[in-house]
Write a new protein. Structure first.
Ligand code: HPA
Length: 285
C-alpha cells in the first residue's frame, strides 16, 4: 500500500482535511454500518472480523498516529454476523499533544463513511466502591473536564449545528441493549458517568473525591471529545469502560500504566464477548 503524506500544503480547514481522507479511504473499504473504537488492551479484537480489510493509519491522509504503548494504529473493516464493522485500533489522545481536531479525526471519518452508531471503549479508573478492577461499566453520561472541545472554531454546518444538544450523549436504547446483552452473557455490568480528564498524570486523591461529589463513577483520558464530535454529526454513541484500577486514593497501590494494561488483558475475553454480541445484534438499530 502506498504511503501518502499530506505534502507541503495540507488543506486549510478541518472539513477539507476530512474530505481528503474520505476520498482516499472510501473506495478502498466496504461501507461500514457500525464503528468500534478499541481502547487499551482491546486492539486484538479487530482479528475477530471476517473478510477484513486492514488499513494502517499511516496510509490515511491526515490521520494522527497514536504513540502510547498498548495501542496499535490500524483501521480494520470486516463483518461480525450480518453487520459490517469498522474498528479503530488505537486512538490519538489529547495528552500526547494532539489538537482536538486530530483526537476526533478517526471517529469523524467513521461517521462520514456512513456508520449510524459508534461504540467507544476505554480503560478507566473505578471511583465507586463496587467498581473493582476487571468490571465493565456502560457509560450513561460524561463529564468533559479536559478543558477542550472539538467543536471550537468555525462550525461546519454540513456536519451539524453550532450548539449541538448533549442531553442524550449516550444513546438510551444502545445502553439498555448493552445491559441486556450483559445479563444474557452473565457479565456483571455496571452503569455510570465517565469523567474525561486531559491527563497524562493520573488524578490526585483530592481530585477523585471531587469527581465522586460530581457523580462520576469512572475516570479516564479519552472518549469525551469523540462523543461530542459524533453527536455533532448525528451519530448514536455507546460507551463501555473497562475498570482497570481503583482510582487514586481508593487503594494504597500506586497507579501504573503496566497494571492498567495487565487488567485490560485479563478482561479482554469478557469484553470481546460483549462486543461480538453487540455488533452482531440484529436489534442494534
Ligand atoms: N485515571 C485516568 N485514566 C485512567 C485510569 C485512571 O485511574 N485508569 C485507566 N485510565
Amino acid at each position: 500500500m502506498t504511503i501518502l503524506s499530506p505534502g507541503p500544503n495540507p488543506p486549510p480547514t478541518p472539513a477539507a482535511r476530512l474530505a481528503e481522507a474520505l476520498d482516499w479511504l472510501a473506495p478502498r473499504i466496504p461501507r461500514p454500518q457500525l464503528g468500534l473504537v478499541l481502547g487499551s488492551g482491546l486492539g486484538h479484537f479487530a482479528a475477530r472480523l471476517e473478510d477484513p480489510v486492514r488499513v494502517p493509519y499511516a496510509d490515511i491522509p491526515h490521520m494522527p498516529l497514536p504513540a502510547v504503548s498498548g495501542h496499535g494504529g490500524e483501521l480494520c473493516v470486516g463483518r461480525l454476523g450480518k453487520t459490517t464493522v469498522a474498528c479503530l485500533s488505537g486512538r490519538a489522545h489529547a495528552y500526547e499533544g494532539h489538537a482536538p481536531e486530530k483526537v476526533v479525526f478517526g471517529v469523524r471519518l467513521l461517521a462520514r463513511l456512513g456508520v449510524d452508531a459508534v461504540l467507544l471503549t476505554n480503560a478507566a479508573g473505578g471511583i465507586g466502591d463496587d467498581l473493582a478492577p476487571g468490571r465493565l461499566l456502560v457509560i450513561d453520561d460524561h463529564l468533559n473536564l479536559t478543558g477542550l472541545n472539538p467543536l471550537v472554531g468555525a462550525n461546519v454546518d454540513e456536519w451539524g449545528p453550532r450548539f449541538p444538544d448533549m442531553t442524550q450523549a449516550y444513546d438510551a436504547e444502545l445502553r439498555a441493549r448493552l445491559g441486556e446483552l450483559g445479563r444474557q452473557l452473565g457479565l456483571d455490568l455496571a452503569h455510570g458517568t465517565y469523567a474525561g480528564l486531559l491527563g497524562p498524570s493520573y488524578e490526585t486523591p483530592a481530585e477523585i473525591r471531587m469527581l465522586e461529589t460530581l457523580g462520576a463513577r469512572a475516570v479516564g483520558m479519552s472518549t469525551v471529545l469523540e462523543t461530542i464530535a459524533l453527536r455533532h454529526l448525528g451519530v448514536r454513541v455507546a460507551g463501555v469502560s473497562c475498570i482497570t484500577n481503583l482510582a487514586a486514593g481508593k487503594s494504597h497501590a500506586p497507579l501504573d500504566h503496566d497494571e492498567v494494561k495487565l487488567v485490560a488483558d485479563r478482561v479482554r475475553d469478557d469484553f470481546s464477548r460483549l462486543l461480538v454480541a453487540f455488533c452482531s445484534d440484529p436489534m442494534r438499530s
